[in-house]
Design a protein around this ligand. Structure first.
Ligand code: SF4
Length: 483
C-alpha cells in the first residue's frame, strides 16, 4: 500500500490509523505522484483536507473543511478510519484512537470535570471508540486513581534487568539470552558483578540527589533463570545499597515454571521482595509446547502452590491471548483455571509479533491459526470473567503489531494493583534502571529523558565504565529540572 501526499506530510498519523487495519503490512510513501495499485491520497488545498482510499478497485473519498474543533491531523485520522472501515468492513474497537496510553485521554477528560457519560460521549465523538473499550479504559482510570494520588514527590523506582531465560520462547522479542547455551551461561558471573557495581552507582547518585526509593522491580528475561547464588548476590547488594524499609512495593519476576525452585523463592523472600510473578501464559500444554515454553501447566500449578506455601501472598500471573494453536475455548479454560487458583493479579497480554521473534517469519501462518476475531473474543472473555471474580483493570497499554490491535491489561484484586506498573505506564515517576537493555527514564516538569544502557550482556560487561559515566546525565537532569 502506498500513501501519496499532496501539499502536506501526515506520515505518522496515516501510518498509525493504517496499522489498525493492516497491522503487519509495511507502507510506502510518495509526494506529489500516485502509483498504480492500492493507494491512499491525502491532500490539503487551502482550508480543505481530502482523503481518498483506493483498495482492490473500490474507492472511498472523504473531505473536510478546517475547523477549530479538530486539528488537521485528528480530522485526517477520523476520515481515514471511516474510509477504511467502509472498504474493509472492519471496525476496530478502539476506533481511531491510536496512542499506547488510552487511559490518559480518560484521565484528562475526567480532570476537566466530565462524568462517565460525558467522557463516553466525547470519546465516541472524537475517536469512534466502542462502549466495550471505553468501559475497560474508564474502569482502569477509576482503579488507578488512588495510586496516582498517593505518589509522593522526590521518589523514584528502581528497575533491575536480568536478561537470561531457561530457553527462548518462540514469540519472544525481548533481549534475553537462553542459558541453554554454554556461552550465555559463562557470562552470568561477570554480569552479576557489573550489575552489582551499577546498583552501587545508582544508589550513590540517588542519595546525592536526596531521592527516596519507592518501588523496586526485578524483571527480565527471567530473574529466576539465574543460579540461586547469583540471584542472591544481586538481591543482597540491592538490600545493602538501598533503604528497603521505605519501599512500598518490591517485585521479583519469577516467570517461567522451569526456572523456579524453593531455593530461589527463599532468596527472593529473604531479601525483601513481597510481590512475585509466576507466569503460565496458557494452561494448555500443547499451546505451551507450540510457544516454545519448556514447562507444563502442572509445573506452573506446583510452582504457584509452592510460593503460596512459603507465604507469598501477592502473586501475579501473566497470560497471552493469541498464542499459536490456542482457541477461544482453550483461552477460556486458562482464565477459568487461573481464577480458580485466585492469584492476587492476572495480566492479560495480546500476542505481539515483532521482527525479533522467531514467530515473525511464520506470522501469516500464525494469523491463520488465531484470527483477530478469536483474539478479540479471548480478551473480551478475560474482562468479563475477571471483573466478575472481583478483579479490576488497573493498568492498560496498547502496542504496535498486536493481533487484532488489542491491548494488554493488568487486573488485580483491590489493594494489589502494582504501583510500578501504573507509574511506568503513566510516566509520572522517574525510573533508575540497572542491567543490560535497561532504560533509565527521567520524568521532569513536562519533559522526559531516557538514558539507555548497552543492550546485550556482553556489551554491557565490556562497556561498563562508559555506562557508569552516563549516570552523570541523571544528576544533570534533576538539577536542570530543579527537582
Ligand atoms: S520467558 Fe519471556 S523474556 Fe524469556 S524467552 Fe520467554 S518471552 Fe522471552
Amino acid at each position: 500500500m502506498t500513501v501519496c501526499f499532496f501539499g502536506c506530510d501526515y506520515k505518522y498519523e496515516t501510518e498509525a490509523v493504517l496499522k489498525q487495519f493492516l497491522p503487519l503490512e509495511s507502507f510506502g510513501f510518495e509526494y506529489g505522484s500516485v502509483p498504480d495499485g492500492d493507494h491512499i491520497i491525502i491532500s490539503v488545498s487551502g482550508d480543505v483536507l481530502e482523503a481518498e482510499v483506493s483498495v482492490g478497485g473500490r474507492i472511498v473519498k472523504k473531505n473536510s473543511v478546517h475547523s477549530d474543533e479538530y486539528t488537521d491531523e485528528a480530522e485526517l485520522s477520523r476520515m481515514l478510519f471511516k474510509s477504511l472501515s467502509e472498504i474493509t468492513g472492519i471496525t476496530p474497537k478502539w476506533g481511531c484512537l491510536t496512542g499506547i496510553r488510552p487511559v490518559r485521554k480518560i484521565n484528562a477528560l475526567s480532570a476537566k470535570g466530565l462524568d462517565k457519560s460525558g467522557i463516553f460521549a466525547e470519546m465516541k465523538k472524537s475517536y469512534f471508540t466502542s462502549d466495550e473499550k471505553l468501559e475497560l479504559a474508564y474502569l482502569t482510570s477509576v482503579t488507578q486513581k488512588k495510586a496516582l494520588d498517593e505518589l509522593g514527590s522526590g521518589t523514584y523506582s528502581l528497575y533491575i534487568a536480568i536478561p537470561f531465560c531457561p530457553s527462548r520462547c518462540r514469540y519472544c522479542s525481548f533481549v534475553s539470552h537462553s542459558i541453554a547455551s554454554e556461552k550465555a551461561r559463562a557470562l552470568i558471573p561477570q554480569y552479576t558483578e557489573k550489575l552489582c557495581g551499577e546498583l552501587e552507582a545508582i544508589s550513590s547518585t540517588a542519595e546525592k540527589l536526596g531521592l527516596v526509593l519507592d518501588t523496586i522491580y526485578i524483571g527480565g528475561g527471567t530473574p529466576t533463570a539465574m543460579p540461586a547464588g547469583e540471584l542472591e548476590k544481586i538481591m543482597k547488594k540491592t538490600a545493602e545499597c538501598f533503604d528497603i524499609s521505605r519501599v512500598r512495593e518490591y517485585t521479583a519476576e519469577a516467570g517461567r515454571a522451569d526456572s523456579i525452585d524453593e531455593e530461589k523463592l527463599e532468596v527472593i523472600k529473604k531479601y525483601g521482595a513481597t510481590r512475585i510473578s509466576v507466569n503460565p501464559q496458557t494452561m494448555i500444554d500443547s499451546v505451551l509446547a507450540a510457544a516454545g515454553r519448556e514447562h507444563t501447566a502442572e509445573q506452573f500449578v506446583k510452582c504457584f502452590e509452592l510460593a503460596r506455601s512459603m507465604g507469598f501472598d501477592n502473586i501475579n500471573t501473566d497470560v497471552i491471548a493469541g498464542l499459536p494453536t490456542d482457541t477461544a475455548e482453550g483461552f477460556r479454560y486458562t482464565i477459568d483455571a487461573l481464577a480458580d487458583m485466585s492469584p492476587e493479579a492476572v495480566t492479560v497480554h495480546t500476542l505481539t509479533v515483532k521482527r525479533s521473534a522467531d514467530l515473525f517469519s511464520e506470522s501469516d501462518k500464525m494469523r491463520d491459526e488465531v484470527s483477530p476475531e478469536t483474539v478479540d473474543d479471548m480478551v473480551s472473555y478475560a474482562f468479563r470473567k475477571l471483573t466478575a471474580e472481583n478483579y479490576s483493570p488497573y493498568y492498560l497499554y496498547r502496542q504496535k503489531n498486536t493481533v487484532g490491535n488489542l491491548e494488554n491489561v493488568g487486573y488485580a484484586r483491590a489493594g494489589y494493583e502494582s504501583l510500578y506498573n501504573i507509574y511506568i505506564m503513566e510516566e509520572i515517576q522517574s525510573i533508575l534502571a540497572a542491567g543490560a537493555s535497561a532504560s533509565t527514564k527521567l520524568v521532569g516538569h513536562g519533559r522526559i529523558k531516557r538514558v539507555m544502557n548497552y543492550k546485550y550482556p556482553y556489551e554491557y560487561i565490556k562497556g561498563f565504565d562508559e555506562m557508569i559515566r552516563r549516570k552523570s546525565e541523571i544528576t544533570d537532569f534533576f538539577r536542570e529540572e530543579k527537582l
